[in-house]
Ligand binder design. Structure first.
Ligand SMILES: CC(C)(COP(=O)(O)OP(=O)(O)OC[C@H]1O[C@@H](n2cnc3c(N)ncnc32)[C@H](O)[C@@H]1OP(=O)(O)O)[C@@H](O)C(=O)NCCC(=O)NCCS
Length: 162
């Protein structure tokens, strides 16, 4: 619990989807795509049990994060705190919860992507202890089946199927 805002953190369930999606939609730094629909998030939650969380205050969802791993590295996505409650430690607490849950599952390091279009985000992640790797990777991708996600990124530059 935080002394300024009375919030608690619990595992995210599919029942949280509408509230979570609202938070993401209201955050300009969160780029939503085809993998953020209810059925895709259901798949993500099933695949990454005990790794995705919400923060609740006064009975509603005020923060959220997706976290997963592939057996070697963790990954954090879509960390969001409701605008009016930012600066109360919710983002840090959700991040720490993910890191602890990954450690419990034997995962030693956690990565995340910071988009060039969202430079403020970099400040937050460095402030809460993430460091930028020296290697300058580019992300490559291949669809696993024919369909909308086999199309290239939309002309507005936003990845529709990242
Ligand atoms: C990024 C975000 C999740 C931070 O949530 P938050 O609940 O306000 O974060 P916290 O209150 O836990 O902040 C933790 C610390 O980071 C600092 N901080 C917050 N945003 C920061 C920024 N942009 N740059 C540098 N430091 C920052 C806080 O001052 C705080 O410092 P302290 O612990 O030393 O007092 C929130 O701003 C947000 O939802 N942004 C929109 C969505 C987004 O861009 N998400 C990026 C991840 S995909």
């Amino acid at each position: 619990m935080n002394p300024a805002v009375n919030y608690s953190i619990r595992a995210m369930t599919l029942a949280d989807y509408d509230e979570v999606f609202r938070l993401w939609s209201e955050a300009p730094g969160i780029f939503l795509g085809d993998d953020d629909t209810r059925d895709r998030i259901e798949l993500y939650l099933k695949r990454n049990k005990g790794l995705c969380f919400v923060a609740e205050a006064e009975g509603r969802v005020v923060g959220t994060v997706l976290c997963g791993h592939e057996g070697r590295r963790g990954i954090l996505r879509h960390l969001t705190t409701e605008r009016a409650l930012r600066g109360n430690g919710i983002g840090r607490a959700l991040t720490q919860q993910c890191l602890a849950a990954l450690a419990e599952q034997g995962i030693r390091k956690c990565n995340l992507y910071v988009m060039d279009a969202n430079p403020e985000e970099m400040g937050f992640w460095k402030h809460v202890g993430f460091h930028q790797l020296d290697d300058d990777y580019r992300t490559l991708q291949h669809p696993t089946q024919a369909g909308p996600c086999s199309e290239p990124a939309a002309p507005n530059g936003l990845p529709s199927c990242d």
